[in-house]
Design a protein around this ligand. Structure first.
Ligand code: B12
Ligand code: SF4
Ligand code: SF4
Length: 325
């Protein structure tokens, strides 16, 4: 707590056997689409005890990130809340400081491909699995990012919380694409968060439901009753350097290298800005005005077929909605 972590607890560095099995099963069912991350090598990501010789403890830590934010206006796109600032970088620094304090050998893993962060958090009792798949922590809700420190120091373990969602199903009902296919099971092929980070053209159902979102999706957290407390507590905090909204015109006209450098904190395939631009084109169909038509026309006639096709789609939608108004 002295280091500014909002929750932390430990578990023994032991294999995550059930998660390893679940990853293999869901992968075989296609539920992870084409993602690799922790999912490509569960023999690594579910084995903290193999990360280095002598690994004994896993410390899971959470940073609460909820801030109140404005709704997008004309020509604006929305970022998911966890991406308003680089919370992962902050968590890495805090966990490294923790590692220095307790001594011994350690590795810090935050959103890394080599470790499944949610499983450590549940084992250590930082939170429990919600039906939306997110880890929910008492007081903090699910508006948290998670990170892990693996250490050769023996640390007194916490205990799983033994809590669950009860009869609630709000997130399952609220998901606009039906991506929560069973309690706690996500089908990435339907999840808007996945599509905003995908390396292909966006399918029609995702385009229609993305609205102003250009990165991630928060709907299954917005409806969660466990988040009301944290929202109330943090609801008066100032935005500071947080960036909830972006100018879509800026995303579509900025210099490639400058745009990539500015958005180090976002994941997009191969660090290729075309994927940010693809999302911006789709968002313009929702928040664009007739002033944005020339920009869409320019993209629609461009040589990059991925962007040209999304621009044509957005242009049609924008013209339809302008005609209706
Ligand atoms: C790949 C990935 C994704 C994929 C999802 C793939 C998936 N199904 O997990 C995509 C791109 C879609 C994604 C989206 C998001 N992600 Co993400 N993602 C990851 C990543 C890199 C790996 C996750 C992983 O390994 N999953 C493996 C699967 C098997 O785990 P699982 O889905 O949790 O499955 C467990 C449950 O199903 C549970 N279970 C089994 N049976 C049952 C039954 C019941 C009833 C219940 C309740 C549970 C349950 O056991 C399973 C195994 O442990 C982690 C970072 C990391 N290195 O760990 C971040 C991470 C999970 N993501 C995070 C965030 C913030 C998000 C988003 C909120 C971002 C956004 N706003 O758009 C969304 C949330 C979408 C959602 N509803 O989950 C945070 C989650 C924080 C939290 N509070 O839980 C993480 C931990 C990043 C971080 N370091 O903070 N993500
Ligand atoms: S992130 Fe959005 S699309 Fe994905 S499961 Fe949650 S509500 Fe559904
Ligand atoms: S909305 Fe309801 S079912 Fe979904 S995670 Fe929150 S408490 Fe659980």
């Amino acid at each position: 707590m002295e280091l500014g972590l909002d929750a932390a607890s430990a578990a023994p560095a032991e294999p995550y056997e059930s998660t390893e099995r679940v990853i293999a099963e869901r992968r075989a069912q296609g539920l992870f689409a084409d993602m690799s991350f922790t999912l490509a090598h569960p023999e690594v990501s579910c084995h903290p005890e193999r990360l280095f010789a002598g690994a004994r403890s896993v410390v899971s830590a959470a940073l609460s990130y909820y801030l109140p934010g404005p709704e997008p206006g004309a020509g604006e796109g929305r970022l998911a809340r966890h991406a308003w600032r680089d919370h992962y970088a902050e968590l890495r620094l805090k966990l490294a400081a923790f590692g220095e304090r307790i001594g011994g050998t350690y590795r810090v893993l935050v959103d890394a491909n080599e470790h499944v962060d949610r499983e450590a958090a549940v084992r250590a009792g930082v939170g429990f699995f919600g039906k939306n798949g997110l880890v929910i922590a008492p007081r903090l809700g699910s508006w948290i990012v998670l990170g892990t420190l693996v250490s050769d120091v023996a640390i007194e373990p916490g205990e799983p919380l033994g809590r669950d969602c009860g009869a609630c199903r709000l997130c399952i009902e609220a998901c606009p694409t039906g991506a929560i296919v069973q309690e706690g099971v996500l089908d990435a092929r339907r999840c808007l968060s996945y599509w905003t980070q995908a390396r292909t053209a966006l399918p029609e159902p995702a385009r229609q439901r993305m609205g102003a979102s250009v990165y991630g999706c928060d709907i299954c957290q917005q409806v969660c009753p466990w988040n009301r407390g944290a929202e109330k507590r943090r609801g008066k905090l100032a935005l500071g350097a947080a960036e909830p909204l972006v100018s879509l015109e800026d995303w579509l006209t900025a210099d490639d290298r400058e745009l990539v450098a500015r958005y180090q904190r976002l994941y997009f395939p191969r660090r290729d800005p075309r994927y940010l631009r693809r999302n911006a084109l789709v968002a313009l169909a929702s928040t664009g005005t007739s002033e944005h038509e020339p920009l869409l026309v320019r993209y629609a006639g461009g040589t990059d077929e991925l962007l040209a096709e999304h621009a044509r789609w957005a242009l049609n939608r924008l013209r339809e909605s302008t005609a209706r108004r």
